[in-house]
Design a protein around this ligand. Structure first.
Ligand code: 13P
Ligand code: SF4
Length: 332
């Protein structure tokens, strides 16, 4: 007879998550709370996760805050409700801890746009350049990187590099172009992008703005330059939240993944928040399919069975750690 673990491992190979049915009538919130206490686990969630996951998490943040939290935690198990590169970064920072991702196939179009072998060849063309990579990359890319950055600290990190030092910036060309404008540095850019932030329709956004002239357009720097040009504020998810709180404006057109609106509504319940529309007529906001692969059921199963676990080979982990630690040091 097969053990539960053997069944689980077979399912994981097939689905990337445990497809074990959650018992009927179960109170998921209660069970998740009990399991996390029993196992000394911490649940870290990104702002793009579904609302119920954000509400049950121990900590919700942007990619920088989540990496910082992962670097400091005393928990035995880290459940990362986000996408693979985030959980992988947490594992690199905590090689002896168990790091779980509710759905192992929760990937990232931006990370996928930078395959390691191609990037290694690209890097060879610019031997005198320092490599700054966005955290939305695989461990292999981080191992080829000098300093990792996130959208929260990218400008500070670029400015910390001596002016005469040439830079390769990867993988997001939109963030890269925005940084070139902000810092005046002439960086070599990798040609990658996030499908969620490239989906916005500038025409529809401008029409929406014409209908709501009292609104402010706020955008994530992974968005295209024509959108960033018309935005009143450009920043990371945490930056956008903070701006919505501190700006005098009462209405915002929010150009990032729609999950952020959950926290924003909690933080500024009296303000009007309009998700920026996309080209595709089937929906009026931009959703990250990968982020939404995690569900409360998968979160419960993952805590209960302590699977799927994110693993990073020790030699790769050691190499990637150097560029992540540089970022954390420069972000203090
Ligand atoms: P931040 O959380 O750094 O704003 O990044 C957004 C993102 O695309 C995460 O995948
Ligand atoms: Fe990746 Fe874009 Fe999804 Fe962020 S929103 S996880 S960058 S695909």
């Amino acid at each position: 007879m097969k053990t539960t673990l053997e069944i689980a491992e077979k399912q994981l190979k097939k689905n990337g998550y445990l497809a074990i049915n959650v018992p009927e009538g179960i109170n998921l919130e209660h069970e998740i709370n009990t399991l996390r206490k029993e196992k000394n686990a911490i649940i870290l969630a990104h702002y793009y996760q579904e609302s119920a996951i954000q509400d049950i998490a121990d900590f919700v943040g942007d990619s920088l805050a989540l990496a910082q939290k992962a670097a400091k935690t005393n928990a035995d198990i880290i459940v990362f409700a986000g996408v693979h590169f985030m959980a992988e970064t947490a594992k690199i920072l905590n090689p002896t801890k168990k790091v779980l991702l509710p759905d192992l196939y929760a990937g990232c179009s931006l990370a996928d746009s930078c395959p390691p072998a191609e990037f290694a060849n690209f890097k060879k063309k610019y031997p005198n350049h320092i490599v700054v990579s966005y955290v939305n990359t695989s461990a292999e890319i981080k191992a080829l990187t000098d300093i990792v950055c996130t959208s929260s600290n990218a400008e500070k990190i670029i400015n910390s590099i001596p002016k005469e030092q040439p830079i390769i910036f990867a993988p997001d060309k939109n963030l890269g172009n925005w940084l070139i404008k902000k810092t005046g540095r002439n960086m070599v850019l990798w040609d990658g992008a996030c499908m969620v932030h490239e989906a916005f329709s500038i025409d529809k956004i401008l029409k929406l703005y014409a209908d709501n002239p009292d609104a402010e357009i706020i955008a994530h720097p992974e968005s295209q330059s024509h959108l960033l040009k018309v935005a009143k504020y450009v920043g990371s998810t945490a930056g956008l939240l903070n701006y919505a709180k501190t700006s005098k404006a009462q209405k915002f057109i929010v150009a990032t993944e729609v999950g952020i609106l959950h926290k924003m509504k909690q933080e500024v319940p009296h303000k009007t928040l309009i998700p920026a529309p996309v080209e595709d007529d089937s929906c009026n906001c931009s959703e990250c399919f990968y982020m939404k692969m995690n569900t409360m059921q998968k979160l419960y199963n993952c805590l209960k069975y302590e699977l799927p676990e994110v693993q990073v080979a020790a030699d790769l982990s050691e190499k990637a750690l150097v560029s992540i630690e540089k970022m954390l040091e420069l972000s203090k």
